[in-house]
Design a protein around this ligand. Structure first.
Ligand SMILES: N[C@@H](CCC(=O)N[C@@H](CS)C(=O)NCC(=O)O)C(=O)O
Length: 329
């Protein structure tokens, strides 16, 4: 695990020394947008027109942020247009690697490079920052379009619709204002909250993360009593952003990240809701509990120095969810 500084790799863990033991996620560097006609998006430069075969998505099957983009690629019918490469689940001193000696790890199908950092260096030989997945690569301009999952899913939601004919809309105009605060709370206390709890190096930092985390779990449990999905009867990006954290919760966050006040399966509504999302067509194929369990326990040496990968729970994501009755709520 490490980062690039002026194009040089430095093998170092997150520095929580300056922040009172608290984990602070750094901001993604590449913030361009693919759009239908190549016009600039909300950030970055223009010139990234939606075209079949032009873009490639580098993911880890363990990573909840990359997982969002895989779900959108699937739900928006983009599999033929956007290829993928899957990194090895072990993220060690060289960061994410393209070793393919693990089931499900594909190697770098586009360039045959050894490490994810090499993709960043190909985009910018002097780049500084953490080498994170997902990475959306543009084979035409030979650069990274974006390494920010929340933006990649919005591109996938709309930019290719004229090519695919798939107009499913997970960020509908009329719900955007209501989605934003829900996303914000879930991001801060849950998607990122599990990391803040897990990577905390002081009791105070851990306490400050884990309490709001379980407040949010309770808030969601209540919200899903009357609503089938977070925003009512339509599935939106808010649901998919939440799903990738929930589906990992009992396998890795509960034990490895010490988020153990309760398990997901202890919340009847949240657990049924997770099962429903899991059972939507195409979604189960994006979930790889083996990569998830292996990656976290094997890669985070400061948390689990002996790299023992636990046997883990085996939640029955295919059990009937019974959420249909909430349709009209
Ligand atoms: N803001 C990014 C965060 C992505 C991220 O942090 N990915 C993790 C994997 S779950 C990673 O690659 N971490 C490597 C590192 O921090 O060095 C996004 O949402 O796309």
């Amino acid at each position: 695990m490490g980062l690039l500084i002026d194009g040089q790799w430095h093998d170092q863990w997150y520095d929580t020394g300056k922040t009172g033991g608290a984990f602070q996620r750094s901001t993604a560097k590449f913030r361009n947008w693919i759009t239908a006609d190549g016009a600039p998006g909300p950030s970055g430069e223009g010139g990234f027109r939606a075209e079949p075969g032009r873009y490639h998505l580098y993911v880890s099957l363990a990573c909840p942020w990359a997982h969002r983009t895989l779900i959108f690629r699937k739900l928006k019918g983009l599999e033929e247009m956007i290829g993928t490469s899957v990194v090895h689940p072990d993220m060690l001193s060289d960061g994410w690697s393209f070793a393919d000696d693990y089931p499900g790890a594909t190697g770098d199908r586009l360039h045959g490079l050894p490490f994810a950092r090499d993709i960043y260096l190909r985009a910018d030989p002097q780049v500084s920052g953490r080498v994170t997945v997902p990475i959306l690569w543009d084979a035409t301009r030979q650069t990274i379009v974006s390494n920010e999952s929340s933006e990649i899913i919005r591109m996938f939601n709309a930019a290719f619709d004229h090519l695919t004919g798939n107009t499913a809309d997970f960020w509908p105009e009329d719900l955007r204002a209501a989605i934003e605060p829900v996303n914000d709370r879930i991001y801060d206390t849950l998607n990122n909250g599990v990391y803040k709890a897990g990577f905390a190096t002081t009791q105070d930092a851990y306490d400050a993360a884990v309490r709001p985390l379980f407040d949010t779990m309770g808030w969601l449990e209540d919200r899903l009593t009357t609503r089938r999905y977070l925003m009512g009867d339509r599935i939106t990006e808010a649901d998919w952003r939440l799903f990738t954290t929930l589906v990992r919760f009992d396998a890795v966050y509960h034990g490895h990240f010490k988020c153990n006040r309760a398990r997901l399966v202890d919340y009847p509504n949240l657990w049924a809701y997770t099962r429903e999302l899991y059972q939507r067509p195409g979604v189960a194929e994006t979930v790889n509990l083996d990569h998830i369990t292996r990656h976290y326990h094997y890669s985070h040496e400061t948390i689990n120095p002996h790299r023992i990968v636990p046997i883990g729970p085996d939640p029955d994501f295919l059990a009937p969810h019974g959420r249909e009755t909430l349709q009209a709520a």
